[in-house]
Design a protein around this ligand. Structure first.
Ligand code: GLU
Length: 426
């Protein structure tokens, strides 16, 4: 049996989405080999269980109607309901969403939460829409994917280009259709609608926990560069600074800034809130976006999109530790180059798992109609992150493999075990 590649794009046409899917399939193939999976099970794991493509009509303010493409992919639902964010980004496509859904499957299995993996996407630039257009788009997209989602079926969450407000509209649209309030249908909601304390900063907090676990020492004297000063990166920079690290460079779509003495991260966040980007921040020097990736720092945190560290720039990366706040920021070619150079990479499915961990805690609270304190949420997040980190580190040491390989061996292995135990119907 051959492993079907779930893509509409021919393998020779290398779009960013296709590249992400190729990376995900490559990682899976490595894990399948390491685990000795048979071809049929490998094929099962290489293909999403359900993929839905929808055309979403949006009424613009001037009365015009635009139609944008949307997706929801459930890669795997063997260990529990499908779980994963919804991305609004002009570059998103079915391949990218499929790759991201696959990474969610391994991530949830790795940190031991009872979910399968999913992802959604709408190929749109949310910055180009008014708030009312964005609301109409969100509600219509949710209507189109309504047959797939539900608190026991598939639970969306924020991702690139979506936030608490988007989740509130999704919760409302689903609830109005159901005829009653269903807070458990999405996570990352505002706390007034059943969102969990600690969810907003959870991915960043997880990045901090993973970084400190990998450093295995205090943050004093540790220099950090963060690529992508957005939802995940800005708070990761803040939490790393709080842990004593010196954040010397950050970037976003507007540019990159550098200060050898260390940035006042809170002041940079205030500047971004005021001006919309890091560019022009006065207490730092401007830096090229590529230069940031190649800075001589102890820790590099890519926290934006996929495919940032490539065969072209990996040989020039000087950081000894890379902590992947983003999903899929390192291509397999870059991964091999960095591994040969002895660079330690805390892989995405471990490093950025804090978000889905607190999503799970939010969903558990919703299902019980109960809420926990910020302290209780943080203790559970820390336990799950540190537990998963310890397992990955010790398997990597035992088998002499990278942290990424070990993380995939564990994540893929658990999903494969669940498939074997359940058997195949009919
Ligand atoms: N979008 C986040 C991720 O990639 C969070 C997903 C979730 O909370 O379901 O992990």
């Amino acid at each position: 049996m051959t492993v079907m590649v779930p893509s509409r794009t021919p393998a020779h046409s290398i779009t960013p989405g296709r590249q992400a899917l190729d990376s995900a399939l490559h990682q899976l193939a490595q894990a399948a080999e390491g685990l000795g999976l048979d071809e049929g099970l490998h094929a099962m794991l290489a293909t999403p269980r359900r993929s839905l493509t929808v055309s979403v009509p949006v009424r613009r303010e001037d009365g015009r109607m635009d139609v944008v493409q949307g997706y929801r992919v459930q890669h795997n639902i063997t260990r529990g309901p499908a779980k994963g964010g919804i991305r609004f980004h002009p570059g998103t496509d079915l391949d990218e969403v499929t790759a991201l859904a696959m990474w969610m499957t391994w991530k949830c299995a790795l940190v031991g939460i009872p979910y399968g993996g999913a992802k959604g996407g709408v190929a749109v630039d949310p910055g180009s829409l008014t708030t009312r257009e964005l609301e109409r788009l969100t509600r219509r997209y949710v209507n189109e994917i309504l047959p797939l989602i539900g608190p026991e079926k598939d639970i969306p969450a924020p991702d690139v280009g979506t936030d608490e407000q988007t989740m509130a509209w999704i919760m409302d649209t689903y609830s109005v259709n159901a005829g009653y309030s269903v807070p458990g249908v999405v996570t990352g909601k505002p706390t007034t609608l059943g969102g969990s304390l600690g969810r907003a900063g959870a991915t960043s907090r997880g990045v901090q926990i993973a970084t400190m676990a990998a450093l295995d020492r205090s943050g004093d004297g540790i220099t950090v560069a963060v690529q992508g000063f957005g939802k995940v990166g800005a708070l990761a920079a803040q939490y790393l600074a709080d842990a004593g690290c010196r954040v010397v460079a950050v970037s976003d779509v507007t540019g990159a800034i550098h200060s050898a003495a260390g940035l006042d991260v809170a002041a940079v966040r205030a500047w971004v809130a005021e001006t919309g980007g890091v560019r022009g921040y006065r207490e730092a020097d401007a830096l090229g976006l590529d230069e940031l990736l190649e800075l001589d720092v102890d820790v590099l945190v890519p926290a934006a999109l996929e495919g940032v560290l490539t065969a072209a720039n990996a040989p020039r990366v000087k950081a000894r530790l890379i902590v992947e706040g983003a999903n899929g920021p390192t291509t397999p070619e870059a991964d091999a180059i960095l591994a040969d150079a002895g660079t330690v990479i805390v892989p995405d499915i471990l490093a950025n798992a804090g978000g889905v961990i607190v999503s799970y805690l939010e969903w558990v609270q919703n299902m019980q109609a109960y809420s926990w304190s910020a302290g209780e949420v943080d203790v559970r997040l820390r336990d799950l992150m540190e537990g998963a980190f310890g397992e990955v580190k010790s398997l990597a040491a035992d088998r002499g493999v990278t942290l990424r390989d070990a993380a995939h061996l564990i994540g893929v292995g658990r999903v494969a075990d669940a498939h074997r135990m359940r058997g195949l119907y009919p």
